[in-house]
Design a protein around this ligand. Structure first.
Ligand code: ADP
Ligand code: MG
Length: 189
């Protein structure tokens, strides 16, 4: 899918990124593979945190950079969260058990998954996060197969809704929603 056909959003805080990810959760189904691309600190782990909340997972998601992979149970279905950044070779990812989790009962999310392109099933959702100015990020979605086109269509509206509800939340009631370092945030008073 060419870049122009991707679904693109802009977020202005970590909570907006979580809320966008939360809006993706309802369209997920077991067997989906999500590939997160983007530099260090782009917001890949932050995105997975929102996704987990959206799936009903209570445990807080932390970066799997050092533990490489972690399974979260207790949500609508099991979530496997991997980070392949520190893997030198594709074989290491295979040895770790990546194949086992391409199991139809899991949703698998792979940070830096674009580094192991040959391992990816052809049908997957790619999410690319780009660091913009300050706490702004652009987040693009491209889906291949598995009905992703229609699913992304339905994400379009629910994500806009989710983002606008974060933007209009009472900043005193939800203190963490606004990034205090974001000078472009004019909603704060
Ligand atoms: P990655 O997993 O891509 O290395 P993390 O999610 O661990 O990135 O870290 C992203 C960092 O950027 C966090 O400290 C987060 O609070 C900060 N941040 C600032 N603005 C945003 C935003 N709009 N979306 C996501 N993270 C943001
Ligand atoms: Mg990370």
């Amino acid at each position: 899918m060419p870049f122009d056909d991707s679904l693109l959003f802009n977020t202005r805080s970590p909570d907006e990124t979580r809320s966008l990810a939360g809006a993706l959760a309802p369209v997920l189904k077991p067997g989906d593979v999500l590939v997160l691309a983007g530099d260090l600190g782009a917001g890949k782990t932050t995105f997975v945190q929102g996704l987990a909340v959206g799936l009903g997972i209570v445990e807080r998601v932390t970066s799997p950079t050092f533990i490489l992979m972690k399974e979260y149970l207790g949500g609508r279905f099991p979530l496997m969260h991997m980070d392949v950044y520190r893997m030198g070779r594709i074989q290491e990812v295979i040895d770790l058990g990546y194949d086992e989790f391409l199991d139809p009962s899991y949703v698998v999310v792979v940070e830096w998954g674009d580094m192991v392109e040959p391992l990816l099933p052809q049908e997957h959702l790619k999410i690319e996060i780009k660091h913009k100015e300050g706490s702004q990020r652009s987040i693009a979605f491209w889906g291949t197969g598995r009905g992703w086109e229609a699913r992304l269509d339905s994400l379009k509206d629910s994500a806009e809704e989710a983002l606008s509800s974060v933007r209009h939340a009472d900043p005193h009631k939800f203190g963490s929603i606004y990034d205090p370092g974001d000078p472009t945030d004019t909603d704060r008073n």
